[in-house]
Design a protein around this ligand. Structure first.
Ligand code: GDP
Length: 196
């Protein structure tokens, strides 16, 4: 699959607008500011297809990008932004619940983006559980790797594995959206998920 051939299709603010046309879907999730848009842009080789730095919390919508006419990259709304109102958080929760109930059946792989520098948050663990419940393969991306010293990398990855209880064979991709580290590995894993 050629990830450089991607186009924005639509934003869904409610479940009626979810896409259900049978094409495989890769869902990307991560807390606000973890660099989800940057990871998506890096993967798709674009500067600004997924909007970087969009005001956190105002993005309770599911964004669909069509990749190479073959699969959807689904950008799930970010979570965990402290200043979001309770009503907005509830809206987010309902939207995600519906996405995992309905869209879950189209999920070919889930991509959970965490911050390489930190222990995954409680929200990360919850999202990880939702991906696991769908039964689809999950790829964990540890972004912002460039912010770690070399000696810090292995312990940081071990902490992520331990907190998410990732099995030995579970995919954990060290990544830097800024430097382009991990891009080919992620693309390869997504391609593999699509083929199997
Ligand atoms: P989102 O809210 O998860 O979509 O996060 P954004 O993609 O908007 O990124 C949040 C901030 O982190 C921006 O200032 C990015 O430039 C920065 N950022 C994203 N990825 C990386 C990375 O790999 N390394 C570094 N150093 N900064 C990053």
């Amino acid at each position: 699959m050629n990830f450089a051939k991607a186009e924005f299709i639509r934003s869904a603010a409610s479940p009626e607008q979810f896409l259900r046309d049978g094409l495989p879907q890769f869902a990307f999730a991560g807390r606000s500011n973890v660099g989800k848009s940057s990871v998506i842009n890096r993967l798709l080789n674009r500067k600004n297809l997924a909007y970087v730095g969009s005001s956190p919390g105002k993005t309770s919508q599911v964004n669909y990008f069509l990749v190479d006419s073959r699969a959807y990259l689904v950008d799930l709304p970010g979570y965990g932004y402290a200043k979001v109102s309770r009503a907005e958080k509830e809206r987010w929760g309902r939207l995600m619940e519906r996405y995992f109930q309905e869209g879950g059946s189209y999920l070919t792989a889930g991509v959970l983006i965490v911050d390489a520098r930190h222990k995954p948050t409680a929200d990360d663990v919850t999202m990880h559980g939702w991906f696991r419940e769908t039964g689809c393969p999950e790829i964990v991306v540890a972004n912002k790797l460039d912010k770690l010293k070399k000696s810090q990398i292995d312990p940081a990855l071990a902490l992520i594995r331990e907190t998410l209880e990732l099995p030995e064979e579970g995919a954990l991709v060290p990544f830097s959206a800024e430097k382009g580290i991990g891009k080919d590995t992620l693309a390869g894993l997504l391609n593999k998920a699509c083929e199997s």
